[in-house]
Design a binder for this molecule. Sequence first.
Ligand code: N7H
Length: 510
Amino acid sequence: MKFAFVLLLAASAALQPAFCTPHVLPPVLKPRRTNSLLIDPAALPALPSAQQAATASADAGLNLTDIQGDILIGMKKNKELFFFFNIVNSTLFRTQLGSGILPLITPTSQLLAVDTQPTTAVNIAFSQRGLDTLGITDDLGDTSFSNGQLDNVASILGDETSNWESAFAGTSIHGVFLLASDTLDNVNATLLQVQNILEGSITEVYSLQGEARPGDQQGHEHFGFMDGISNPAVTGFALSPLPGQQVLDPGLFLLGETGDTVTRPAWAKDGSFLAFRQLQQRVPEFNKFLVDNALSNPNLTADQNAELLGARMMGRWKSGAPVDLAPTVDDPVLAADPQRNNNFNYSHPGFDITTDQTHCPFSAHLRKTNPRAGLTPENTANHIIRAGIPYGPEVTDAESASNTSSTDPSLERGLAFVAYQSDISNGFAFLQQIWANNAKFPGGKASEPGVDPIIGTDGSGIADVARTPSGLDPDDPTRIITIEQDFVVSRGGEYFFSPSLSAIQNTFAL
Ligand code: N7H
């Protein structure tokens, strides 16, 4: 508070001469960015320009100045800190939230042009325990959120709880700050600023630093695959959907908007539920599995046959090219072309979608989490906006040589997974339980698809149960390649509500 007050005094002092003497140069009120705080890999759908978004949102009646910036932006962060906190003084927190934090919260509209972007984008979201602590008692209409993620573990997500980070298994996480910028220095400076403003009303429970991977791996997750290509186009935000991109109602992601069928408190409008997961990736083990089980296409080298197996488990090559369009050989030009890289739906003239796995296995991660034409009519109910970022360092030489992930916690790597939706039970939890972990999904196929080879578990909560995804070998779709271990290990997470800026002002702040 004092810090903000001093800044205010300094700013108004700087303004004084301009008011008194009209001919002096106008003061520079705020340094403008010259480079974006977001990354922009060619393969990913471009964000709308500020003008395009203004037109689209006006048509749909969406207020982009009121919606927190992370929700609609997707996987384009460069550095992002997840700072999980406990509220120790609710009254002080609420007072400082309105006076000091709210002006720092970054709405969607600010992120769309470099010169309106802040140095560090700041978003905030609250767990149900956080709402309870703040005395906000309204039912937001989502039982997954109100029960918390730990409650979902055994019955729904199939995690092995002993792998959970203790912070997520406890009861003290009330909220999370998401701080995103292009440098860690900016992120750390903004964290200090936030902590100063909040004057000890919160304590840190846990934090996770996310970072885009270096060099030509920017935009790729730790297994090496380009990520974030197939996020949906949201009506009222994206003006021109890309070929093959699913166009979905804003109410699937934002409470109270068109397409949200649940009754909510009025103040919750334009908020979104954030499902956070710390998903560890065992990269050396994954790479070894691909080499040991490499396919046997005679026209490919051994390395290419290993890559092919990975691509079929994922549904895309590492470049991002979809195997449905590039079944045997990677196509980096296709991968980098957003006009083509999402334009497929698993149906091909002359092929039966219930039997054909020559293009894409039924079990591929991409197909399990969005079967596209595999469901008729095409599913429009169970979708998320993915907005995560990789965390942890690159694989070390010692890990590569031993084909084993280090047990040193500072070398843990994975995906800080973030999914936004207006209903967690229809969004993230649905995708994980009903689609990814369900060996029979999608139904009506000639052979049982099996669980998702990347994120699927058998739902038992027991690690490393053998999985038998279907169709991984295009030459013999009946051949079962058994996966004996998990390459993705859930380290836990929590469900949060990311309120609109006006809700922060009118309902959360004092
Ligand atoms: Fe997945 N990966 O990087 O390997 N995911 N995912 N995911 N995922 C996708 O098309 C990955 C996870 C979805 O519309 C791609 O954007 C990893 C969870 C959905 O066609 C890649 C992890 C859930 C899609 C990855 C992980 C999902 C999708 C292709 C965990 C939900 C879009 C890039 C560590 C429960 C499907 C792209 C569509 C795509 C990866 C987790 C869901 C490369 C490593 C937990 C809906």
